[in-house]
Design a protein around this ligand. Structure first.
Ligand SMILES: [Zn+2]
Length: 160
């Protein structure tokens, strides 16, 4: 498997316990890992605490698929390309969906601000009381007057 598996390793410089990324096996179609294997960087890790590099050797099984069967190497490369294409496609779709949701949230926020502050003014400065009186009757003024608590300076929601 080319999937990394973390291995607890203590830093020889500071003693900090790190989770070092290790590989049991690497296939030739994974270019990045192959280059790290060839250069020796595969066995070099950096401590998360003191940031010093350490070389820890461990056995790795290397599968050279091209040497085994060239057609398998091509088939693997094609599969990798298809998977990368699908992953990029899913990434683009997720990005578009995130942008769409962000735009909808922005529209909803603008709508709420428009309700609370129509045309960037306070509601009571822009809206007239007449439609509310027409809907609820002239007794509404008395009902509001009775509900007013002079000791409460906050805005209140009234159900009429
Ligand atoms: Zn360290």
């Amino acid at each position: 498997m080319t999937a990394p598996s973390p291995r607890p390793t203590q830093c020889p410089h500071c003693g900090y316990d790190n989770d070092v990324e290790t590989f049991e096996s690497i296939t030739s179609h994974d270019r990045q890992l192959r280059e790290r294997l060839v250069s020796g960087a595969l066995w070099t890790w950096r401590c998360a605490k003191c940031a010093k590099d350490t070389v820890s050797l461990y056995p790795v099984l290397y599968h050279d698929m091209r040497a085994f069967d060239p057609t398998l190497g091509h088939a693997l490369e094609n599969s990798v390309k298809k998977i990368r294409y699908q992953m990029e496609k899913m990434g683009r779709k997720a990005g578009w969906e995130a942008m769409r949701r962000e735009a909808r949230a922005s529209r909803d926020a603008d709508s709420l601000i428009g309700l609370l502050y129509p045309e960037r003014h306070l509601q009571e400065r822009l809206y007239t009381m007449l439609p509310i009186l027409a809907r609820h009757g002239l007794d509404l003024v008395g009902t509001i007057y009775e509900a007013i608590e002079l000791g409460c300076p906050d805005h209140r929601v009234m159900v009429v």
